[in-house]
Design a protein around this ligand. Structure first.
Ligand SMILES: *[C@@H]1O[C@H](CO)[C@@H](O)[C@H](O)[C@H]1NC(C)=O
Ligand SMILES: *[C@@H]1O[C@H](CO)[C@@H](O)[C@H](O)[C@H]1NC(C)=O
Ligand SMILES: *[C@@H]1O[C@H](CO)[C@@H](O)[C@H](O)[C@H]1NC(C)=O
Length: 388
């Protein structure tokens, strides 16, 4: 509104002086003015001749192209496709969350990539700080360069000191404090997804914690995820107080109780769903306002949102094994004495699920929670039991 008024004003301001200069010179046309006018005309003619001559000789077009070609190298550098294909060289950036989410939500509308693209898995570690099981992961990733990328979100105060040779070297993203059960936890997960989306080759996105381990080798996990028709987001309708009981009717009409879902925070999703999550402005405010403890938002926001938007792309189960059998608010943590062949046989074979609509007993690719003391026996048992 203001700019409009302003431009009209300046338009009218410009009109007035023209009118006055028109009326005045007719009355008193001084000789000096006439002289000046003649001089001006002469100057114009001279300039025209010089200009025409120059155009004939070199051509104004070549002048334009010279100017253009001077700019081309700079132009090409910033506009080359290469910059869209290659992942960012430095994960640290100065974008705010809003800027980052906006940038990450840019999606090509042509499905086929005009270059060869080897789809990668983004392993996103949501941690407090150190990664005590890093040596096991290092071994897991070894030899599979080009098929994965790693992202780490930790407490902002934590300073990572991985050696240059480590797969975790400089894989930290700009992070903020995240609290379990609060929206700040979902913000951290969206931040991980958004950073990982900046690499166009990342096709699948797995959320992990510092206490997670892989229970198969890289090739098996890559194949399992690549060939799956569905994304592994845990989502179930729990009619009890810890499920539907946490629904708040203020979330309607965007969120209807019939679509209210609960699921483990540890998901695996494809690129399409990752974009859905980072671009969301519809459900976010509802969950932020109406799902607060004892509604633990990280257990409900993504499962519910995706059940509403894309139910047919969800496997509705998590691929991260966890043991709730000991009861209480936290799952069991396993240490040195728990790491046996028997233990992994239970994870590998002790379950029934569906994989691509067929019954399967390979249900879990990752497991949690493991204490630092489990590291040593895990490294020992891994070649025989985990396949790496
Ligand atoms: C929720 O959906 C059901 C049908 O699925 C509908 O009958 C009901 O009115 C909806 N509730 C709200 C609050 O929109
Ligand atoms: C997951 O659940 C949704 C409904 O919430 C359903 O439409 C979808 O078919 C389920 N996925 C599979 C693989 O069964
Ligand atoms: C990965 O594990 C599978 C099954 O345990 C095994 O057949 C395969 O040889 C392993 N691959 C590598 C590269 O070690």
């Amino acid at each position: 509104m203001q700019t409009r008024i302003g431009s009209v004003g300046s338009f009218e301001e410009g009109k007035d002086p023209v009118v006055t200069t028109r009326t005045n010179p007719y009355k008193t046309l001084p000789w000096r003015a006439l002289q000046l006018f003649g001089f001006f005309i002469a100057l114009c003619i001279a300039f025209s001749i010089v200009t025409i001559y120059t155009i004939r000789r070199s051509g104004i077009y070549s002048a334009v192209t010279t100017a253009k070609s001077n700019f081309v190298p700079c132009d090409e550098q910033s506009n080359s496709l290469e910059n869209w294909r290659k992942p960012p060289t430095n994960l640290l950036h100065s974008m705010s969350d809003n800027e980052l989410l906006w940038r990450a939500a840019l999606v090509p509308r042509i499905k086929k990539y005009p270059f060869s693209r080897l789809p990668k898995i983004a392993f996103m570690f949501l941690t407090k700080g150190p990664l005590p099981l890093a040596p096991l992961w290092e071994r897991f990733f070894k030899g599979h360069e080009g098929l994965y990328s790693i992202y780490i979100h930790s407490m902002p105060s934590f300073k990572a000191d991985f050696p240059r040779s480590s797969v975790f070297y400089r894989r930290q993203i700009p992070s903020q404090a995240a609290e379990w059960g609060r929206m700040s936890m979902c913000d951290a997960e969206r931040r991980l997804l958004a950073n990982a989306l900046l690499d166009i080759s990342n096709e699948w996105f797995i959320l992990l914690s510092e206490s997670c381990i892989p229970v198969y080798n890289f090739s098996v996990i890559y194949q399992y995820i690549m060939k799956s028709k569905y994304s592994f987001m845990g989502a179930f309708d729990d009619p009890g107080p810890f499920g539907r009981g946490r629904y708040n009717s203020n979330m309607a009409p965007e969120v209807n109780i019939s679509k209210w879902r609960k699921g483990s925070q540890w998901f695996e999703i494809n690129r399409k769903l990752a974009v859905n999550i980072v671009e969301d402005v519809t459900f976010y405010p509802k969950f932020q306002q109406f799902c607060r403890p004892a509604c633990y938002v990280d257990e409900h926001y993504f499962p519910t949102m995706l059940t509403i938007q894309t139910p047919n792309l969800l496997a509705n189960r998590s691929i991260t094994w966890v043991d709730w059998s000991r009861g209480g608010p936290h799952p069991a943590t396993f240490g040195r004495s728990d790491i046996t062949e028997e233990f992994f046989k239970r994870i590998h074979e002790g379950h029934q699920c569906r994989y691509n609509d067929q019954p399967s007993s390979t249900c879990f690719l990752f497991a949690r929670k493991f204490a630092p003391s489990a590291m040593e026996p895990l490294l020992r048992i891994a070649p025989k039991v985990l396949g790496f």
